[in-house]
Design a protein around this ligand. Structure first.
Ligand SMILES: [Zn+2]
Length: 329
């Protein structure tokens, strides 16, 4: 019952806009530089007011029932505007076909998702369907949710890898929504454990399929607080996380810690980006789920981070990793 109330009153926004600053706020729709920084945020909004990540903690709204038994897949309805290049559309279709094999999205928590994609040089061509939504996000309200992929024009000019990686990033959120009812309802919103996996996934995808190290070149702005005060990255309000560099760093450091316990690198990544989420962590129990899945506590992990350097180059995963091996499919 609590979930129903939550669904009726909460507007879930998983916003993945492109930003060149590290303000941690959500989407801006264009960029004036040729960097490939991307920030996005997941926040629950109620009546248009941002709620902090603590608002739902302790309200016992976590859903412990996470059966994930549907054999039907979520139907993605693609609306691709003709302002996008033929090359982009071709890559979009290839990415969707590939992701359907690696991270098939089953209709456990929702049945379909409309996708609206366009080039930012066109002025909101889908405003009659999605209003002012812009940037890159899975966003919406109690009337429904949709995926927005507004690709900044300069990403074509400068051939930014982000124009493709953002597709994998947003689809990973769609996957997270399908394997965890608490993620789907917005009850789980620990930033580094939500965005870190999505951003790591997009980099792994790009590394494997475009032979480009997105970790190294685009997620390298790790803030020193990732090692001195990592708990701040539990909140979407935290700054110092440009293009989720700090969240990615923490996720990759967690991989290193699991490898020290004799897990393979592929297994460690899967444990973080799939197994943990499948255990359906919620606001009330995510630390327990963390310890159950990884065998050490969140606090002990945060302590371990103090022995790291806040440098993405110290935690880079192998360049020959494949999503097929990671997901065993
Ligand atoms: Zn995201």
């Amino acid at each position: 019952m609590n979930r129903l109330i939550l669904f009726l009153f909460i507007t879930l926004i998983i916003s993945c806009g492109k930003e060149s600053s590290d303000s941690g706020s959500s989407s801006s729709t264009s960029s004036t530089s040729n960097d490939t920084q991307q920030n996005d945020s997941l926040s629950n909004e109620s009546s248009g007011n941002n709620s902090s990540s603590d608002d739902s903690s302790g309200n016992n709204s976590s859903d412990t029932d996470n059966t994930n038994t549907s054999e039907k897949k979520v139907v993605f309805n693609s609306n691709i505007h003709n302002s996008l290049t033929a090359e982009w559309v071709e890559q979009y279709n290839i990415i969707l076909d590939t992701l359907d094999k690696r991270i098939p999205v089953f209709a456990n928590n929702y049945k379909d998702l409309d996708i609206y994609a366009w080039n930012s040089n066109t002025n909101k061509p889908y405003s009659s369907q999605i209003g002012d939504a812009s940037g890159a996000c899975i966003c919406g309200n109690d009337q429904g949710r949709y995926m927005v992929l507004e690709i900044p024009e300069d990403e074509f000019t400068y051939k930014s890898m982000h124009r493709y990686s953002v597709i994998a990033h947003e689809f990973f959120h769609a996957y997270q929504m399908s394997i965890s009812s608490n993620f789907n309802s917005g009850d789980f919103k620990i930033k580094w454990l939500s965005e870190g996996p999505a951003a790591v996934f997009e980099s792994l995808y790009v590394q494997e399929h475009y032979d480009y190290n997105y970790f190294k070149y685009d997620q390298d702005r790790v803030d020193n607080e990732a090692i001195t005060n990592p708990s701040i990255y539990e909140s979407y309000d935290s700054g110092g996380d440009s293009n989720y560099s700090s969240s990615v760093f923490m996720t990759l450091a967690l991989v290193k810690e699991l490898v020290k316990l004799d897990h393979t690198e592929s297994d460690a990544i899967r444990m973080i980006i799939k197994d943990f989420q499948e255990q359906n962590p919620g606001s009330a129990n995510w630390k327990d789920v963390f310890k159950q899945v990884f065998s050490f506590s969140v606090d002990s992990f945060y302590s371990k981070l103090s022995s790291y350097q806040a440098d993405i180059n110290t935690v880079l995963p192998s360049e020959d990793l494949s999503l097929r091996v990671i997901f065993n499919n």
